[in-house]
Design a protein around this ligand. Structure first.
Ligand code: SF4
Ligand code: FES
Length: 333
């Protein structure tokens, strides 16, 4: 007998290990039914449960107890039960609730995308396009903060922070010392600042990669370019500190920035060290693997060199000839 449990999400059934969260079960199915996640990060233990963007409706609790759950639940926090039935994009209630969550996230977040370095790869920007409304009902003064330097390579712009806690988990889990955290509660919460001189260890730069918005940015890349004008390329090197698997972001021949490689859910595959990220911005230090695959829904893929032909194009000589330029471009970096 299989030890796995069956869960049905938006009409698609999948078998997963007991203890899997609804969100991770949806990720095993993939596609549009995967709830958005602004705070959960599979590589950071304990993350999730802060932002509520991953809300879903459990219309059947389990085979043993088929009663629906009385309220929408955070899918990153609730484990699946055998026979559970879940609705995400098929539930108008969930879609409506998600609009409310986006409105709350945007209460204090400034709409400064035109000047924000995260534009084009900001999860809140994507979420706002999908679920945002054109205006806000909030009439009170918004929170603003001065920008803070966290060491000489990272800048914290707390005004943009959505308090997802991911950077706090990075500080806790993959750096040697607990260097920063969240002070205060409710609308007084903020990422603490007494670390501004202190974050100084080999993996601190990963707080930039995990931040879903533009609150933590790479000072060596700030205002240098828009991400959609750069070309992401996978590369590796023999690094004594981390695995050395990165994405290099090129403009012409120049490496403008180095980041971890992000998967389809926007999470880095491996955390990288600061030497790879900040100190190794030259092609000669890297072995280039090839273009980084960027989802076609991303603005970064606009005018992209990557060409993913339909099978019929690859099999038909006339279509191959008609797409010659694209085929050639796909082999160049
Ligand atoms: S700074 Fe970024 S990663 Fe840290 S809590 Fe704020 S939004 Fe999350
Ligand atoms: S991703 Fe589930 S609450 Fe934030």
């Amino acid at each position: 007998m299989s030890d796995k449990v069956k869960v049905t999400i938006d009409g698609i059934t999948v078998e997963v290990e007991p203890g899997t969260s609804i969100l991770n079960a949806a990720r095993q199915i993939g596609g549009d039914i995967v709830p958005p996640a602004m705070c959960y990060y599979s590589k950071l233990e304990g993350s999730g449960g802060k932002c509520r963007t991953c809300l879903v409706k459990v219309s059947k609790g389990s085979e043993k107890d088929p009663r629906p759950m009385p309220k929408l639940v955070a899918s990153c926090r609730i484990g699946v039960m055998d026979g559970m039935e879940v609705q995400n994009i098929t539930s108008p209630e969930v879609i409506e609730a998600r609009k409310g969550v986006v409105e709350i996230l945007l209460i204090n977040h400034p709409l400064d995308c035109p000047i924000c370095d995260q534009a084009g790869e900001c999860h809140l920007q994507d979420l706002s396009y999908a679920h945002g409304v054109g205006n806000s009902r909030y009439e009170f003064e918004r929170r603003t903060f001065d920008k803070i330097d966290i060491g000489d390579k990272i800048q914290l712009h707390m005004t943009r922070c959505i308090l997802c806690y991911r950077c706090v988990y990075v500080a806790n889990q993959i750096t040697d010392n607990r260097l920063h955290g969240i002070l205060g509660r409710g609308d007084a919460s903020e990422i603490s600042t007494y670390i501004e001189k202190a974050i100084d260890n080999d993996f601190s730069g990963n707080i930039i990669d995990v931040c879903p918005v533009g609150a933590l940015t790479d000072k060596t890349f700030r205002f240098k370019n828009r991400v959609w004008f750069t070309k992401p390329v996978d590369a590796h090197r023999d690094c004594p500190t981390c695995k050395g698997n990165v994405t290099l972001w090129y403009k012409g021949d120049e490496v403008l920035r180095v980041t971890g490689r992000k998967d389809q859910f926007g999470e880095v595959e491996d955390f990288i060290c600061n030497t790879c990220r900040f100190e190794t911005k030259n092609t000669s230090s890297w072995i280039i693997e090839g273009p980084r695959h960027i989802a076609q829904t991303s603005v970064i893929s606009a005018n992209h060199y990557e060409f993913v032909p339909l099978p019929v194009i690859k099999e038909n000589q006339v279509l191959i000839e008609a797409n010659k330029v694209e085929f050639e471009r796909a082999t160049k970096i």
